[in-house]
Structure formats: structure tokens, C-alpha cells
Design a protein around this ligand. Structure first.
Ligand SMILES: *Cc1c(COP(=O)(O)O)cnc(C)c1O
Length: 423
């Protein structure tokens, strides 16, 4: 499917289908309950926990975008994950990647250890023997998250699905980081896709919600039954907001990516950046697989700074277009320090093993004007350079002037002629 088709599905979802008033935009049905015409004559809707017309429009759009038979809209991304786990019994084994989303990791490990809901095997899919590890685990379900957070590591979805088929295991892919516009796991052989629609799908950082998309109808029906039973279906208002955000998903992803690629090029020229993590870079270990299975490299990236961790605040203080905050996928640019924020629950040792260093920063690149984003980062690097020079010469006065004077610093920033042309 071309990007254009995604844009059409998203823009036209539920448009001009209102039987009551010919409304062009699908209405928001906040009603909790629905009138029966007479005893025994219930309509298609009876109670909004089970079914809601607004939520159904969103679910149908998401199923179409991911190429699935059925989508279930849930109240959070975590509840979409919880819903997928309803397919497991205590006799089953779930394989998860060592670097999956922290909230998912907490859910999997606590359900396995404290509730014995299933057996759990944690696999590092970046290791050469991942397939042997999976064969030995004899899983009923394999969980994938690619690109991973925060190091953007790539897993070969087709290869894992191929092995899973041979073993009779289901594959679930958390597709939050790319959205269906940039990756369609069901087409690569996966059985289920989960989303935190909180991120790119809604895209405006104003709804927490999720979705689960099933390749086959029977699994979709079973999990829809569970979603109603557990009471984790999404609110109508949230579905309305998410549908509104979804309509611009394709052009947003395009702009997010254009900006991300410019920022990657800029970061690579910075002497204070020791490493950039972005699957679009040819020397990224997952580049070839990302190129084959994705329709773009996305707009999440991380980088390591070659400075003392104590100096990070100088960089962050100089930024005005990048907000220091968790989460991702909104139209606004965010910066995050995984070590103390998203991945703070990992021990220092575990962080080190996972490659999450103390000066690692993660960007969720927004859709602001690229000139402003680059100018902002340039200001950050100038402030950082001043601060690190000041520390080196132990010159306290220079240090304090470096933090406040952004105008002079931005003029002294280093940019390639190509990027300078963008200013
Ligand atoms: C945010 C996130 C989740 C959890 O979603 P919520 O909407 O916060 O419940 C799951 N997976 C990934 C990859 C995420 O980024």
C-alpha cells in the first residue's frame, strides 16, 4: 500500500456515513446506553462498554490501516498489551525482547512471577543465537518491539514470524514507534499488532489510549469479548479525539521524518556528540532490515554526548523547542534522558548492559520548522561547549555566562553549508 492510500483511509474514515442527519464528520456518541424498540428488539448497540459507534469508526480505520480483520480500541496502550496476553494460559510460554517498553516489561514480569499467568523467557534479539533461544523456549507467543526504545534496535519481523509459524507460536508486534504508515507487521506475518495510540496515531499528546489489531477474525472476536469482559474498551470521547488525530497521520509522519533526517545529519557533525542511534544511518546494525521492512526510518532517535553527565543540564537549559518530557509521537518535539526518566526503573548495571549510558538523550522529533529545531540544538551545543570548556579550565565565571547568553551562542554555532542553507 502506498503512503497515499494510508492518507486516504485515515482522512476518509467514517466520512459522510451518518444515516441520521447526513453529517459529513462522524458524530461523537457519548451515550452510555441505547433504546430498544421493543422487547427482544435490540439494535446493533446496547451499552457503550461493549460497543460504541464512535469507537467503531476508529477501530475500522485502524484495522484497515494495519491490514487486519478486526481492531479493538482500548483505554490505554498498556490495556492493549494486557488484552493480547488473554490468549495465554499458565501452561504457555511468552518470549519477550530484553529491551521492550518499560511498562510492558513490568506487566509481563509481574504477571509471570506474581500471578503465574504464563511462563516468561526474555530474549536478546540482537544476539546471533536468538532463533535457538526461541526454539528452546517453545513459546505460544512471541512479543516484538521494533525499532526498540531508546537505542532504535531493529528486529527482523519476517524472520521471527517464519520461525514462529514452524513452532505454532503467535507473534505480537508493538508498532507504536512507527505507526502503520511506516510499518505493517501483519503483512510481514505477525498475528497481532498493539499500539499505544497515545503516541503517533493520536499524535497531539492529548489522549492516552491504545488499540489491538488482529490478523484473523476469530482471534479478533475472542479478544473483543475479553476487552468488554475486562472493561478496558476505550472511551467514546478519546476515540473521537484519536480519530481526529489519525486523519493527518500520513502527512505528519512524513514531516516528522524529514525533520528527523535533518537533525541526524546535524548531530553527526557535532564534536560533542559521540554516537547517533538512528536506523536510517548506513552504519546502524539494523539498517538493512529496517530498509527492507519499514517504509521510512521514523522520527525517534537517540545520541550520546561526549561530556561529563553533570553538564547535561547546560544543554537542556538552552533548549526551547525541545521540551524535557517522557512520551513521544506528538507534533511537538520532546527530549528525554532515558537513564533518569523512561528507564529509571532499571538498575545502573542493567542500563549499562542495555547500552543506556548516562549521557544518552532521546529525541521525539516534532513537526516544527526545521530551522527552529536546528537553531535550538545549536544553542544547546554552544552552551554545552562553553560549559565543558569552563569546567576544563575550572573557570566559574565563564561557566555562568555560558548558560544565559543564547543569542551570542547561536551565532557561533557550527553548521554545514547544506544545513546553513535551511536557516
Ligand atoms: C507508551 C507505550 C506503551 C504504553 O502505552 P500507554 O498508552 O502509555 O498505556 C506501550 N508500548 C510502547 C512502545 C509505548 O511507547
Amino acid at each position: 500500500m502506498s503512503h497515499g492510500h494510508f492518507a486516504t483511509i485515515a482522512a476518509r474514515a467514517g466520512i459522510a456515513q451518518d444515516p441520521a442527519h447526513e453529517a459529513v464528520t462522524p458524530p461523537l456518541y457519548l451515550t452510555t446506553t441505547y433504546r430498544l424498540k421493543a422487547l427482544g428488539q435490540a439494535g446493533p448497540y446496547d451499552y457503550s462498554r461493549s460497543n460504541n459507534p464512535t469507537r467503531d469508526v476508529l477501530a475500522e480505520a485502524l484495522a484497515a490501516l494495519e491490514g487486519g480483520a478486526k481492531a479493538i480500541v482500548t483505554n490505554t496502550g498498556m490495556s492493549a498489551c494486557l488484552l493480547a496476553l488473554q490468549l495465554l494460559t499458565p501452561a504457555d510460554t511468552l518470549v519477550i525482547p530484553h529491551d521492550c517498553y518499560g511498562g510492558s516489561y513490568r506487566l509481563f514480569t509481574n504477571l509471570a512471577e506474581r500471578k503465574q499467568s504464563f511462563k516468561l523467557v526474555i530474549v536478546n534479539f540482537q544476539q546471533a543465537d536468538w532463533a535457538e533461544q526461541i526454539r528452546a523456549a517453545r513459546p505460544a507467543m512471541i512479543w516484538l518491539e521494533t525499532p526498540s526504545n531508546p537505542l532504535l534496535q531493529i528486529t527482523d519481523i519476517s524472520a521471527v514470524c517464519h520461525l514462529a509459524k514452524a513452532l505454532g507460536a503467535k507473534v505480537v508486534v508493538d508498532n507504536t514507534f512507527l505507526s502503520p504508515v511506516l510499518q505493517q507487521p501483519l503483512a510481514l506475518g505477525a498475528d497481532l499488532v498493539v499500539h499505544s495510540t497515545t503516541k503517533y496515531i493520536n499524535g497531539h499528546s492529548d489522549v492516552v489510549a491504545g488499540a489491538l489489531i488482529c490478523a484473523d477474525q476469530a482471534t479478533g472476536d475472542e479478544l473483543k469479548w475479553w476487552a468488554n469482559c475486562l472493561g478496558i474498551t476505550g472511551a467514546a470521547f478519546d476515540a473521537y479525539m484519536t480519530l481526529r488525530g489519525l486523519r493527518t497521520l500520513a502527512p505528519r509522519m512524513q514531516q516528522h521524518q524529514i525533520n528527523a533526517e535533518c537533525i541526524v545529519a546535524f548531530l553527526q557533525q557535532q564534536p560533542l556528540v559521540s554516537k547517533v542511534y538512528y536506523p536510517g544511518l548506513e552504519d546502524h546494525p539494523g539498517h538493512a532490515i529496517a530498509k527492507a521492512q519499514q517504509q521510512g526510518f521514523g522520527a525517534m532517535l537517540s545520541f550520546d554526548l561526549a561530556v561529563e553527565p553533570g553538564l547535561l543540564q547546560h544543554f537542556l537549559d538552552a533548549l526551547h523547542c525541545f521540551t524535557l518530557a517522557q512520551s513521544l509521537g506528538g507534533i511537538e518535539s520532546l527530549i528525554c534522558h532515558p537513564g533518569s526518566m523512561t528507564h529509571a526503573s532499571m538498575s545502573a548495571e542493567a542500563q549499562k548492559t542495555a547500552g543506556i549510558g548516562p549521557t544518552l538523550l532521546r529525541l521525539s522529533v516534532g513537526i516544527e520548522a526545521i530551522e527552529d529545531l536546528l537553531a535550538d540544538l545549536a544553542q544547546g551545543f554552544s552552551a554545552l561547549a562553553r560549559a565543558s570548556q569552563a569546567t576544563a579550565s575550572d573557570d566559574k565565571a565563564a561557566d555562568s555566562s555560558a548558560v544565559g547568553d543564547n543569542t551570542a551562542l547561536s551565532q557561533s554555532c557550527r553548521l554545514s553549508p547544506a544545513l546553513n542553507a535551511l536557516w
